[in-house]
Design a protein around this ligand. Structure first.
Ligand code: COA
Length: 327
C-alpha cells in the first residue's frame, strides 16, 4: 500500500496587515522587517473568526481537490497552537462542520512543527490499519489573538491562516514514502512560549496584567536552533530514503523567516529555485504554514504529480522535523 496526498487546500483571511501598517503600531520600519525577515504583509482573521472556521474552509478545498466528501473521511487531526477551545478539540468541531461520520478526531500540539507531527501521526495510523483510508490533516492558526501588538520583537513576524491535506491510502502501490525524521528537545522550552493560560499559570487578573497571554520569544537563539534542526532532520531523511538533494523537486520549509529559509537551502545544497518561499505574503502562520505553502505550490504549478517534495519544520518545544513525500 502507498500513502498519497490526494488533495490540498488553504485559506487566508481577507484582512491584510502591511509593514507600513505596523509602522503605525510599534517602533519599526518596513525596511527592518523586510531585511531581517523577508515579510511584507500578513493576513489577519476577523474578530469573530476562529482557527476552526479557517480550517473548515481549507479542509473543504482539500476535500474538493481530492474528489471526496467529509463523509468519506476516517480520521481528522488538527495541529494548532491557537485552537478554538482548550476543549473540545478543534478536530471534533470540524467533524461536525464537514458532515463526517463519528470518526477518530484529535488535536495535536507541537507548535510550528504541528503539521509535520500530524502528517507523521496520520501516515502511521494509515500504515497500521487499512480502515484509515482517507485522513484529513489540518494546520490552522489565529496567532493574531496571542501576539502582543505592543512588542516589536514578535508582532511583525506572525499571521493567520489554515492549510489542509487529505491523505489517501491506496492499495497496490509499492512506494516506501513518506520517510520522516522528527525530534524534540524540551530543555529549550523557554525559548519560545505562551507563559499563561495552561495549568502552570491559569488565567487570572495578574497573568493578564503581566501580559503573560502573549508569545514570548528569544529571537536570536530560535534563529540558530531552527537552521540546525531543519538541516539535520532533512539530511537524515535524504540519507534514510536514499534520495539525493538534486532528486528533490521542491523543498517546502516552515515559513518563519526568509533568512532561515535561505540558510537551510544553502546548507542542503538545493538550488534556490527549488526552495518554496511565500513568507513575504503571509508571515509565520505556525502550524498552518507548510499546508498553506504546499497548496500554494500545487495551485501555482510548482509541484507536479510524481514530484519528490521535502517538508521541514521547526517550532516551540523545541520541536522539529522533516518528511519526504511523493506528490
Ligand atoms: N523593528 C525594529 N527593530 C527591531 C524589531 C523591529 N520589529 N525587532 C527587534 N528589533 C531590534 C532589537 O530590539 C534589537 O535592538 P538592540 O540591538 O537595540 O537591542 C535589534 O533590532 C537587533 O535584534 P536581533 O535580535 O539581533 O535581530 P535579528 O537579526 O536576530 O532578527 C528576528 C530578529 C526576530 C527577526 C530573528 O532573530 C528571527 O527571525 N528569529 C527567529 C524567530 C522565529 O522564526 N520564530 C518562530 C520560530 S517557529
Amino acid at each position: 500500500m502507498s500513502i498519497y496526498i490526494a488533495g490540498t487546500g488553504s485559506y487566508l483571511p481577507e484582512r491584510i496587515l502591511t509593514n507600513a501598517d505596523l509602522e503605525k503600531l510599534v517602533d519599526t520600519s518596513d525596511e527592518w522587517i523586510r531585511v531581517r525577515t523577508g515579510i511584507e504583509e500578513r493576513h489577519l482573521a476577523a474578530r469573530d473568526q476562529s482557527s476552526g472556521d479557517m480550517a473548515k474552509i481549507a479542509a473543504e478545498r482539500a476535500l474538493e481537490a481530492a474528489g471526496i466528501s467529509g463523509a468519506d473521511l476516517s480520521a481528522i487531526i488538527v495541529a494548532s497552537t491557537t485552537p478554538d477551545y482548550t476543549f473540545p478539540n478543534t478536530a471534533c468541531l470540524l467533524q461536525h462542520a464537514l458532515g463526517c461520520r463519528p470518526i477518530l478526531c484529535y488535536d495535536l500540539s507541537a507548535a510550528c512543527s504541528g503539521l509535520l507531527y500530524s502528517l507523521e501521526n496520520a501516515t502511521s495510523l494509515m500504515r497500521a490499519n487499512k480502515k484509515y483510508r482517507y485522513v484529513l490533516v489540518c494546520g490552522a492558526e489565529k496567532l493574531s489573538g496571542i501576539v502582543d501588538w505592543s512588542d516589536r520583537n514578535t508582532c511583525v513576524l506572525f499571521g493567520d491562516g489554515a492549510g489542509a491535506f487529505v491523505l489517501e491510502n491506496r492499495d497496490g502501490g509499492d512506494d516506501h514514502l513518506p520517510v520522516s525524521c522528527l525530534g524534540a528537545n524540551g530543555s529549550y522550552s523557554d525559548t519560545l512560549k505562551l507563559p499563561a493560560g495552561g495549568s502552570r499559570n491559569p488565567a487570572s487578573f495578574e497573568t493578564v496584567e503581566k501580559r503573560m497571554h502573549y508569545i514570548k520569544m528569544e529571537g536570536r537563539e530560535t534563529f540558530k536552533l531552527a537552521i540546525k534542526a531543519m538541516v539535520e532532520s532533512s539530511n537524515q531523511v535524504l540519507t534514510d530514503s536514499g534520495v539525493s538533494p538534486d532528486q528533490v523537486a521542491l523543498v517546502i520549509p516552515h515559513q518563519a523567516n526568509r533568512r532561515i529559509i535561505q540558510a537551510v537551502a544553502q546548507r542542503l545544497t538545493v538550488p534556490p529555485d527549488r526552495v518554496f518561499d511565500n513568507v513575504n505574503r503571509y508571515g509565520n502562520t505556525s502550524a498552518a504554514s507548510i499546508g498553506i505553502a504546499f497548496d500554494d505550490a500545487v495551485r501555482s504549478g510548482r509541484l507536479k504529480r510524481g514530484d519528490l517534495v521535502l517538508l521541514t519544520s521547526f517550532g516551540s518545544g523545541l520541536t522539529w522535523g522533516a518528511m519526504l513525500f511523493r506528490y
